[in-house]
Design a protein around this ligand. Structure first.
Ligand code: PDD
Length: 284
């Protein structure tokens, strides 16, 4: 049985409790982060902390726990649950209060919950085979840059893709790809240029995206941050996605059209390898 963290305490997972009045439960008034663990160490923890603080700020939410304390909690959970490879999920809500659309008083304590998931990340069968993607109209709200727990639409989109035999969905707004259901989306043009959506309120500013683009630039790969259409993606020689849980994961099919050779391409494979090597070196 896992040890999890709830509001200052480490408890067995079946003893963890959150109020039914919690605004995370009632309003999805809540933000989260997912940090990967390799070799029992945290990947890009500083990046995830920075984004958590930004999400909190954008929603005027206060968490009276410092980054150092968050690091200690993460490390304690890794140790307690003997996580060599896997994920740590962290969620902050605006706390519990009588149901009201208006925010509760400032002094209402935030709810902080963390738990671990053991998961094989390095030897991913999906990364070895490559993902089949189906595109779905992006019907999320206009602040996709805030990592909130409003994940019903991405969940529906993923299920729509799965119902057609796909692995994941890429979301499309005004004819342009925004991102994957829970990852950032990329294509590689025949001149070798990597194209991914530019940062705005319409996509999550991926922590993996930032690190992978840095790897690409170090490898002298050309990167263009701009919108692209499904047609451009279908004509690409490669495609892939990035996220904390999937690292760099190749895409081999979009809406039934084979991408490139139909196998994971050299750009995605190289970026996956270099990203993993670099992040393992810097893990804490
Ligand atoms: N998802 N875009 C969306 C919509 C996401 O939900 C995620 C992450 C990303 C990639 O961000 P990062 O590289 O920081 O993980 C992009 C996490 C992994 C999840 O919800 O499980």
């Amino acid at each position: 049985m896992r040890t999890v963290y709830v509001n200052g305490e480490f408890v067995a997972e079946d003893e963890a409790k959150v109020s039914i009045f919690d605004r995370g439960f009632l309003f999805a008034d809540s933000v989260y982060e997912v940090t990967s663990v390799l070799d029992g160490k945290l990947i890009d923890f500083a990046g995830h902390c920075r984004r958590l603080r930004r999400s909190l700020r954008e929603l005027q939410m206060t968490l009276r726990v410092s980054d150092e304390e968050l690091l200690d909690i993460h490390r304690h959970l890794v140790e307690k649950n003997e996580i060599e490879e896997g994920l740590i999920y962290m969620q902050v809500t605006r706390g519990a209060a009588d149901r009201d659309f208006a925010f509760p008083p400032e002094d209402t304590p935030a709810t902080l919950v963390l738990f671990t998931q053991i998961k094989g990340l390095l030897d991913s069968p999906l990364a070895a085979r490559g993902q089949k993607i189906f595109t779905v109209e992006d019907q999320r709200w206009g602040r996709c840059d805030i990592k909130t727990v409003q994940l019903l639409f991405p969940s529906l989109a993923k299920m729509e893709s799965k119902s057609k035999g796909g692995d994941d969905a890429w979301l499309v707004r005004d004819g342009l790809v925004t991102e994957g259901s829970s990852n950032n989306a990329y294509i590689v043009l025949d001149n070798g240029t990597i194209v991914t959506r530019d940062l705005s309120n319409l996509i999550l500013h991926g922590i993996t995206r930032r690190a992978v683009l840095e790897c690409a630039r170090h490898l002298q790969m050309k990167v263009e941050e701009r919108p692209f259409t499904i047609e451009e993606a279908k004509d690409a020689v490669e495609a892939f996605s990035t996220s904390a849980s999937g690292f760099v994961c190749p895409v081999i099919e979009i809406d039934g059209t084979t991408i490139g050779s139909g196998e994971p391409g050299p750009v995605a494979s190289k970026l996956r390898e270099v990203y993993i090597t670099e992040m393992r070196k810097a893990a804490i």
